[in-house]
Design a protein around this ligand. Sequence first.
Ligand code: CDP
Ligand code: CDP
Length: 212
Amino acid sequence: MIIAVDGPAASGKGTIARALARHFNLPHLDTGLLYRAVAHTVRRLELDPTKEADAVAACDFDELTLADPGLRDDEVGQMASVVSAHPLVRAALLARQKRFAHQPGGAVLDGRDIGTVIAPDADAKLFVKATAPVRARRRHNELLSRGKAITYEQVLADIRDRDARDSHRSTAPLAQAADAAPLDTSNLSIEAAVERAISLVEGQARGKRGVA
Ligand code: CDP
Ligand code: CDP
């Protein structure tokens, strides 16, 4: 079973994807980490994220980068959305994600283009959303708990910026797949969101198998 979980920043897609992976006993890939690793590498090598050739050079990042706690920083998220808009960067990361999605037994992936580009054939697709202020509050709390000095207003501005950039790029923009089930987590606890996600996935998978 392939499960695609897409949505904007801090909508809760990662938390939901991890819970689905546990529930259905599937491997999970947070695809945002790949773009964050490219951004982190661009910064470490003092390259220019707006130059496609520079960003492409960073796609060959050291695998250990994926475990770097610095990947979660707000600036890295912002830069990830700049490098991810380059078509050649997306192309460089495509095969790895497709392979993960289509491994024997299935997988859960979360990102922006899983249901539309990486696994249009997924058995279940969720599009997780929440209002920008709710998402900014969540991300702000997360950053504060990691000891980052940043204001709520700055996090909200960054989230709005990233939403706009991710939704308006020409290659694989953030968009709900026509066959994805929307899941608004604005007023849901994590537990309630996960419960709803499991039932949506079960419903979609049953539908695909042609069982009423
Ligand atoms: O966790 P959060 O939603 O804040 O961000 P992320 O999922 O780690 O993604 C960071 C950035 O990578 C996003 O803003 C997108 O620009 C990009 N991304 C993408 O373009 N496609 C994906 N499948 C995943 C992430
Ligand atoms: O992966 P994405 O950036 O979409 O979001 P996340 O990392 O799963 O969630 C962002 C933050 O919101 C985390 O601190 C979650 O614990 C929290 N969250 C929440 O408060 N309520 C939810 N229904 C889902 C997530």
